[in-house]
Design a protein around this ligand. Structure first.
Ligand code: NAD
Length: 432
């Protein structure tokens, strides 16, 4: 089957490459000609473990192509996936301009029956908008609109895509449901649950899922705060909670707040969507507020540990919003960097993958070669993103490079007793 993936970013590229791995003929389209030229040269524009191999394998097999020619890709495909960005506007609502543009292009260039599938995260009602847009501009050819939200996580996107907890298909047309089932047929063979719903419910499942996960993170961050005030240990509390199967252990790790391209955007969009329907989604609104406060609290923690920040040099390890990605969108680590700079500190930073991306937003920070170069001559050390390589640092060497042996571990990577026994001043989140 011929598939067109419009938008070749984190989601479009992973999804397109994996569909090709399923045996489909996939053409990935992007309006960013530089990105497409790089992909045509075999260069992968994002850091995502395992992606390069899947792309190379399928390109070699002739099942995966890259182009900027959207009209031709629409014409040659039965299923057209929309995986363009839906960034937040000032009021928290997602900007659907790109989605609308693609719907208009489909209407203009379709040459027969098409299944139009939304992979981008979009508010409930977007499927209807796509349908109206296409119908208005092209009443001639039949088409079906499907919502197929994506749940992959950056950093483990390939395995998430190939072994998902579920595939959600929001569609009302049996013909379109069959097309989607055919595309995902390898996942049927491994008994992946398929949930077929109406379009509006599928759209809401994505916001409800991300909203709930964000609630869990803000919840444990508030518990961490309580632990600090009351002398308890958040890890013990999280473990005790997580062993209850009704709660589960995931997403109960305290830290500097949630970030990334999804949770902040999707919680804001969910709150906005509710408001548009005359309802205040109070749990999500509180979750967003707690997250903002959690992020802001980190620089206070640092100042409490090392004293006034003006004139001091911070060595910051980790800039991406989580390990195993170069994505810095809404990264809590960068919020910490910004707060350190506003407090008059200088920042030296190191990240295994995200330094290129961070350089554009923070031209004034000094980017180091590795963790030790980062610490060299700095006043104190901050772990802002828990890359594995920061879990086994040579603490003696780091201590000799820093002006003071002060570590502010915003991801609770180290054991307080051990590191203090090695003579460090150690500050973490939700533990004494
Ligand atoms: P991204 O910014 O990495 O990629 C989007 C791509 O779309 C860009 O390359 C952009 O150039 C391209 N684009 C925009 N308008 C276009 C047009 N008219 N024609 C062709 N290409 C166009 O974004 P992403 O992280 O891949 O996210 C895409 C969507 O998937 C968003 O709605 C996001 O919320 C959702 N999503 C993201 C993730 C994630 O982990 N990144 C997970 C699940 C869902």
């Amino acid at each position: 089957m011929n598939i067109c993936m419009v938008g070749t970013g984190y989601v479009g590229l992973v999804t397109g490459a994996c569909f090709a791995d399923f045996g489909m003929d996939v053409v990935c389209v992007d309006k960013d000609a530089t990105k497409i030229a790089a992909l045509q040269r075999g260069e992968i524009p994002i850091y995502e473990p395992g992606l390069e191999e899947v792309v190379a394998r399928n390109e070699r097999a002739g099942r995966l192509r890259f182009t900027t020619d959207l009209p031709a890709a629409i014409k040659s495909s039965l299923a057209i996936f929309i995986a363009v960005g839906t960034p937040p506007l000032q009021d928290g609502s997602p900007d659907l301009t790109f989605v609308r543009q693609v719907a208009e292009a489909i209407a203009r260039h379709m040459n027969g029956y098409k299944v139009v599938v939304t992979k981008s995260t979009v508010p409930t009602g977007t499927g209807k908008m796509i349908e109206l847009t296409i119908r208005e501009k092209n009443g001639k050819h039949p088409f079906s609109v499907v919502s197929n939200p994506e749940f992959l996580r950056e950093g483990s996107a390939i395995s998430d895509f190939l072994r998902p907890d579920r595939v959600v298909i929001g569609a009302e047309d049996p013909r379109a449901i069959e097309v989607l089932k055919e595309i995902y047929s390898p996942l049927f063979l491994i008994d992946t649950p398929f949930l077929v719903t109406d379009v509006a419910s599928a759209e809401l499942i994505k916001y409800a899922s991300n909203g709930f996960l964000a609630v869990k993170i803000s919840f444990i961050n508030e518990i961490a705060r309580l632990c600090e005030l009351m002398g308890a240990d958040v890890h013990a509390v999280a473990k005790g909670m997580g062993l209850d199967r009704r709660i589960g252990p995931k997403f109960l790790h305290p830290g500097p707040g949630f970030g990334g391209s999804c949770f902040p955007k999707d919680t804001a969009a969910a709150a906005d969507l509710a408001r548009q329907h005359g309802y205040a989604f109070r749990i999500i609104e509180a979750t967003i507020r707690v997250n903002e406060e959690t992020k802001a609290r980190m620089v206070e923690k640092i100042a409490a540990a090392v004293g006034p920040l003006a004139g001091k040099t911070a060595a910051v390890l980790g800039l991406s919003f989580k390990p195993q990605t170069d994505d810095i969108r809404e990264s809590p680590a960068l919020a910490v960097v910004a707060d350190l700079l506003s407090a008059g500190a200088r920042v030296r930073a190191f990240d295994p993958a995200a330094m290129e991306n961070a350089k554009a937003s923070f031209p004034d920070i000094l980017l180091a070669r590795d963790a030790y170069d980062c610490a060299d001559g700095a006043d104190f050390l901050v772990i802002a993103t828990e890359w594995n390589e920061f879990r086994a640092l040579d603490l003696a060497r780091l201590g000799s490079l820093l002006k003071t042996k002060a570590l502010i571990d915003l991801r609770n990577v180290y054991e307080p007793a051990e590191i203090r026994a090695a003579g460090w001043s150690y500050t973490c989140v939700g533990r004494q």
